[in-house]
Design a protein around this ligand. Structure first.
Ligand SMILES: N[C@@H](CCC(=O)N[C@@H](CS)C(=O)NCC(=O)O)C(=O)O
Length: 207
C-alpha cells in the first residue's frame, strides 16, 4: 500500500481520511497524539515535514503537505471523475475557490479566535474585529449552501469535504445561529465514509 496519512488525533487530518474513504482508495494511517498539556503535535511529525503539522500525505516516498493540495492530489490521482466538477465548467472554478477558501480564508478568524481566547482581557482591543470576521465568514458559508445541501452541485464534492471543518466550528456555536451549516454537518457525519474515517482516526472534536 503506497498511501500513508500522517494523522494527528482530533485535527483537520480527519478530512483526508474521510476523502480517502469516499474515494475507496487503500491507505495506511500513522497515528500521532497531541500533547495533553499544550495540544501541539509531537516532535516526531517534524521528521516527516519541517513544520511538523498534520495532515501529511506520503505517496511512494513523496510527502505532500496542506489539506487542499492533498485533496486535489488525491482526487486527481486516485479519484477518477469523483468529487471534482468537470474542468472548464463554472462549477470547477467554484471548486477551486472553495478548496482554497477553506484554509486560506475561513481558518484565519477561527485560529485568531482560538488564540485570543487565551488572552482574556488583553484581547479586548482586537476581539470585536475578530468576532465580526468570524461571523462574516460563517454567514458567507451559510449562504453558499445550496438546496441540495452542498456547496457545489447536487452531490458531494471535495469542496464539501474541505469546508466541513469550518462548518463544524460554526455548528459548535449552536444550530440556531447557522441552521444550514448545522444540517450540512449532520448530513456529512451520517455518511458511511465519514463514520469509517472517524472510526479509524479516533477521537474528533466533540463528534
Ligand atoms: N493549512 C494547514 C494547517 C495544518 C495544521 O495547522 N494542522 C494542525 C492540526 S488541525 C496541526 O498540526 N497542529 C499541531 C501543531 O501546530 O503543533 C493544512 O490544512 O494542512
Amino acid at each position: 500500500m503506497s498511501l500513508i496519512v500522517h494523522h494527528l488525533n482530533n485535527s483537520r487530518s480527519q478530512r483526508i481520511l474521510w476523502l480517502l474513504e469516499e474515494l475507496g482508495a487503500p491507505y495506511e494511517i500513522k497515528q500521532y497524539q497531541r500533547d495533553a498539556v499544550t495540544n501541539l503535535a509531537p516532535p516526531e511529525l517534524k521528521a516527516i515535514h519541517p513544520l511538523g503539522k498534520s495532515p501529511l500525505l506520503e505517496d511512494a516516498g513523496r510527502v505532500i503537505q496542506e489539506s487542499g493540495a492533498i485533496a486535489e492530489y488525491l482526487c486527481e490521482n486516485y479519484g477518477g471523475e469523483a468529487l471534482v466538477p468537470a474542468r472548464g465548467t463554472d462549477d470547477h472554478v467554484r471548486h477551486l475557490e472553495l478548496i482554497h477558501f477553506a484554509e486560506g480564508s475561513a481558518m484565519t478568524p477561527i485560529i485568531l479566535d482560538l488564540y485570543l481566547g487565551r488572552l482574556g482581557e488583553a484581547a479586548a482591543p482586537v476581539k470585536p474585529r475578530i468576532d465580526e470576521q468570524l461571523g462574516a465568514h460563517f454567514a458567507y458559508l451559510e449562504g453558499e449552501l445550496n438546496d441540495a445541501g452542498h456547496f457545489i452541485g447536487d452531490s458531494l464534492s471535495a469542496g464539501d469535504i474541505m469546508l466541513s471543518f469550518p462548518a463544524e466550528v460554526a455548528a459548535m456555536g449552536g444550530a440556531a445561529h447557522y441552521p444550514k451549516l448545522a444540517a450540512f454537518v449532520a448530513a456529512m457525519h451520517a455518511r458511511p465514509a465519514w463514520q469509517a474515517a472517524r472510526e479509524k482516526g479516533g477521537a474528533y472534536f466533540v463528534f
